[in-house]
Write a protein that binds this ligand. Structure first.
Ligand SMILES: Cc1cc2nc3c(=O)[nH]c(=O)nc-3n(C[C@H](O)[C@H](O)[C@H](O)COP(=O)(O)O)c2cc1C
Length: 198
């Protein structure tokens, strides 16, 4: 077992998996673009079906011309705390691909799975670098599709806000109580030998 952050795993793992977490209190400082690009660089090295690399990260840094528009891509709950983040990212995946040796675009069977792996790498690199990446399902899909003029073969997977950990007293009381490193289901509930036991 491994203990860090303050979480304890059942089996020994690298601390980075326990150290990554999703706070909502951010300092609101600017993030250098070169720093942000290191997070996408980590995501770039994720594995994908046929190495098709279907992930796309469309981003805005705070204090840039894109910031307010991207903040409007979050639902009102997430805007409440996300406004103090340093970057907002919309994660897309390309839903079609041409298999090696072909030119015809066909449905990509694992575009979401692959994009999920890449986001995981991004989040771990952010955490290793002293930042935090917080995934967001609460985003405005129709608005994003329209304003980013997304072609039909690009799926909107999720949003991500990135920031430096701030003081939790900056959050409303209800969110202060949720500003904790969450536990996990037991390993035996998710890793099952042989067959699913619902
Ligand atoms: C795809 C995805 C969507 C999420 N959506 C939201 C969201 O809309 N708002 C929010 O406050 N947290 C959101 N979260 C954060 C999760 O609640 C959080 O990751 C989970 O509780 C586990 O906690 P941890 O990341 O601190 O380990 C999301 C996380 C992921 C990966």
């Amino acid at each position: 077992m491994t203990t860090s952050n303050p979480r304890t795993s059942e089996y020994p793992i690298d601390n980075q998996f326990l150290d990554r977490w999703s706070p909502r209190a951010f300092t609101g400082e600017a993030i250098p673009e070169a720093t942000l690009l290191t997070f996408f660089e980590a995501a770039r090295w994720a594995p994908s079906c046929f190495n098709s690399q279907p992930w796309r990260f469309i981003y805005a840094r705070r204090d840039t011309e894109h910031w307010e528009r991207f903040l409007g891509f979050l639902n009102s709950f997430n805007q409440g705390w996300g406004q103090h983040a340093s970057a907002i990212v919309i994660v897309l995946s390309k839903t079609t691909f041409a298999a090696p040796g072909t030119t015809e675009e066909k449905p990509a069977p694992t575009h979401s799975f692959d994009a999920g792996a890449a986001w995981g790498y991004l989040a771990l690199q952010a955490s290793l670098s002293g930042w935090h990446a917080h995934g967001l399902g609460g985003i405005e899909h129709d608005k994003i599709r329209k304003e980013l003029a997304l072609p039909d073969n690009y799926a909107i997977e999720a949003g991500v806000v990135i920031g430096k950990l701030g003081d939790k007293s900056s959050l409303p009381e209800a969110l202060q109580a949720r500003e904790v490193q969450s536990p996990r289901n037991p390993l035996s509930a998710i890793a099952i030998e042989g067959r699913l036991v619902p």
